[in-house]
Design a protein. Structure first.
Lengths: 59, 136
C-alpha cells in the first residue's frame, strides 16, 4: 500500500506525464528533453500556484 | 512543401513491409511495443517505464479500476482505463485496484490509472505516425 503526500503525488504525476508528452509531441531528442522539462515545470508550477490561490481564498 | 512531405511519408510507408496499423495496435495492447516494433528502443523503453510506472503507482495507491459505467464520469473513467490495453485486462482478471475509493491517495491512484491509459493511447498514435512517416 502506497500513501504518498499530495506534493509527492504531483511530482510523480508530472514526472511520468512529462516524459510521455516530451517523446510524443516533439521530433528530435533535444526538443523532447526541452519540452519534457517545460511540461514538468508547468505541471508542478501550476499546482503550487493554484494551491496557494485556494489557501488564500479559503482564509 | 506539403507535397514533398507527403511524398516522403509515402516513401517511408512503402519501404516498410507489413500491416500499417500493427504499431498502433501493439502500442495500445502493450505500452511501448509500437515503438519497439519500429526499432525506436529508447523512446519505447521510456514510454513503457512511464506508463507502466504510472499504472503500477495507481494500483499501489489503491486506485479504482473501472469495471462498469453508471454515469458520464464513470464512462469517461472507463474509457481512460481501457486505453491501458492488456494492463486493464490483467488488472481486472487479477482483481487489482479497489472497488471503492476510501482515502484521498486512492482518488489520486484512480487518476493515475486513467491518465496512464490516456498516455498509452497518445504513445500508440505516435507509433502509428512514425510508421506512416508523418513523424520522423
Amino acid at each position: 500500500m502506497l500513501h504518498p503526500s499530495h506534493f509527492a503525488s504531483v511530482l510523480l504525476f508530472a514526472f511520468f506525464a512529462s516524459i510521455a508528452f516530451g517523446i510524443t509531441q516533439r521530433e528530435t531528442p533535444r526538443q523532447m528533453v526541452r519540452y519534457g522539462i517545460y511540461c514538468f515545470v508547468l505541471f508542478v508550477g501550476s499546482a503550487v500556484v493554484l494551491s496557494w490561490a485556494m489557501y488564500l481564498i479559503a482564509r | 512543401m506539403v507535397a514533398t512531405e507527403n511524398k516522403n511519408a509515402a516513401a517511408t510507408q512503402d519501404t516498410q513491409p507489413g500491416f500499417v496499423y500493427l504499431p498502433l495496435i501493439a502500442g495500445w495492447l502493450v505500452p511501448g511495443a509500437g515503438h519497439f516494433l519500429l526499432r525506436k528502443w529508447g523512446r519505447g523503453a521510456l514510454l513503457a517505464v512511464s506508463i507502466l510506472g504510472m499504472f503500477a503507482l495507481g494500483i499501489a495507491m489503491q486506485g479504482k479500476v473501472y469495471a462498469n459505467a453508471h454515469d458520464i464520469l464513470d464512462m469517461l473513467g472507463l474509457a481512460g482505463d481501457l486505453g491501458n490495453g492488456l494492463l486493464y485486462v490483467v488488472s481486472r482478471m487479477m482483481g487489482l485496484g479497489a472497488d471503492t475509493v476510501q482515502v484521498t491517495t486512492a482518488d489520486y491512484g484512480t487518476r493515475f490509472i486513467v491518465v496512464a491509459g490516456l498516455l498509452n493511447v497518445i504513445s500508440a498514435v505516435d507509433a502509428h505516425n512514425l510508421r506512416t512517416g508523418r513523424k520522423m
